[in-house]
Design a protein around this ligand. Structure first.
Ligand code: SF4
Length: 381
């Protein structure tokens, strides 16, 4: 089996732009080079899931990394554009403004909020759970797609990297459907459909714990790049202290022939994984919410809207000094049932996916995704 090549560079967590540009250029070269046909429209896809606590919290891809990639593509005669749709129910423009992407427009870069673009329905020929999806015209018309995620943990998929990042290329209703039919197979279907040409992981400042939005920043100072997205994700996961074969999404992607997963079949160029690796806190090891005595129960199909809505509401309460009102409560989302023994008056069912018997509960929070203020109101009573 041919070895996949992945580059691993360490420009430091806060390089100046010239240093970053040189590092991105080197990362692409070491990974076998990024080929750009003259005039090719190249879609640079960052991860802008939602407005994070701070621009450097490691939840979203930094604008500087995308800018460097666009500059290199343009130098080679391509026509790059940055395009993203944030999580279900999230205003992408708000995230773009917060993360500095709107400012890139002022400098002449093309930055698209896909949610405002013309839609395009496409079939998924090799889909196992998706027969067709709705994306946008700039996505289907792109000559190449480069996935540019950030190095972080995720509450559903352990890590969220270049494959998982592809979910931002479908409309909100399909994001929801992917969670309902199975996020692992669904993301693999998208990888088969979109076939990105390259991945560049922004590991300058990553995120551990309560990812994908509210985790803790980790200054890793790294870039990981390659043509084989699965190999890139495997190396990046290993850098975070995960065994890639134990990550369900990556194991399934390997089984489906999307790329290479085995350590022995991946050639890492640049830094050695062992020299830069740092074990990231897993989602369940981030005790900032648990110490408040609050139980959160998500169904397997709960999507980011409810998961992050619950967490961000609790963060809002911590900041407002009202978190004590949530002590002892159990919040359930996405159709999950409360654990046996849950006191009915301390239960908060969240979201329209709740089973009918919970939708009549006095503390039930409707909405999809539910409004943070409504969640806080239901908790406070
Ligand atoms: S109610 Fe929550 S879990 Fe259900 S689709 Fe909406 S955001 Fe997702």
């Amino acid at each position: 089996m041919p070895r996949s090549v992945v580059s691993l560079l360490r420009p430091g967590p806060r390089p100046d732009y010239a240093t970053l540009l040189a590092a991105v250029r080197r990362a692409l070269e070491l990974a076998g080079g990024l080929e750009v046909a003259p005039g090719a429209r190249v879609l640079v896809k960052p991860n802008l899931v939602a407005v994070p606590p701070t621009p450097t919290s490691g939840a979203c891809t930094s604008a500087a990394v995308c800018r460097a990639l666009c500059d290199i593509i343009a130098e080679r005669g391509g026509r790059p554009f940055i395009a993203e749709s944030s999580a279900r129910g999230i205003d992408t423009e708000q995230v773009m403004a917060f993360m500095g992407y709107s400012a890139l427009r002022d400098e002449g870069y093309e930055v698209l909020d896909l949610k405002r673009c013309e839609r395009a329905r496409v079939s998924v020929p090799e889909g196992r759970v998706l027969e067709a999806i709705t994306t946008w015209r700039p996505v289907v018309e792109a000559d190449a797609i480069i996935s540019v995620p950030v190095l972080k943990t995720h509450d559903q998929t352990d890590t969220s990297l270049s494959l998982k990042n592809l979910k931002g290329l479908v409309i909100d209703a399909d994001k929801r459907r992917i969670h309902q039919v199975g996020v692992f197979e669904g993301v693999c279907d998208l990888a088969r459909l979109f076939r990105p040409a390259f991945a560049l992981v922004d590991g300058l400042i990553g995120q551990e714990g309560l990812g994908p939005v509210f985790g803790l920043p980790v200054e890793m100072g790294l870039l990981v790049a390659g043509r084989d997205l699965l190999a890139v994700d495997a190396v990046a996961s290993r850098v975070m202290g995960f065994e890639p074969a134990q990550i369900r999404l990556l194991a399934l992607a390997a089984e489906r022939g999307i790329g290479v997963l085995d350590e022995g079949a991946i050639e890492v160029r640049g830094e050695r994984v062992a020299d830069v690796a740092r074990r990231f806190l897993r989602m369940e090891e981030d005790t900032r919410i648990a110490i408040e005595g609050i139980e959160i129960v998500h169904a397997e199909g709960s999507c980011t809207g409810c998961r992050n809505g619950v967490l961000s509401s609790l963060f809002d309460m911590i900041q407002a000094g009202t978190i004590s009102a949530a002590r002892g409560m159990t919040l359930v989302t996405g159709g999950a049932l409360p654990p046996a023994g849950t006191a009915p008056d301390l239960l908060v069912p969240v979201g329209i996916c709740c089973p009918p018997e919970l939708c009549v509960h006095p503390r039930y929070v409707p909405g999809c995704p539910p409004n943070n203020a409504d969640i806080v109101k239901a908790i406070v009573g």
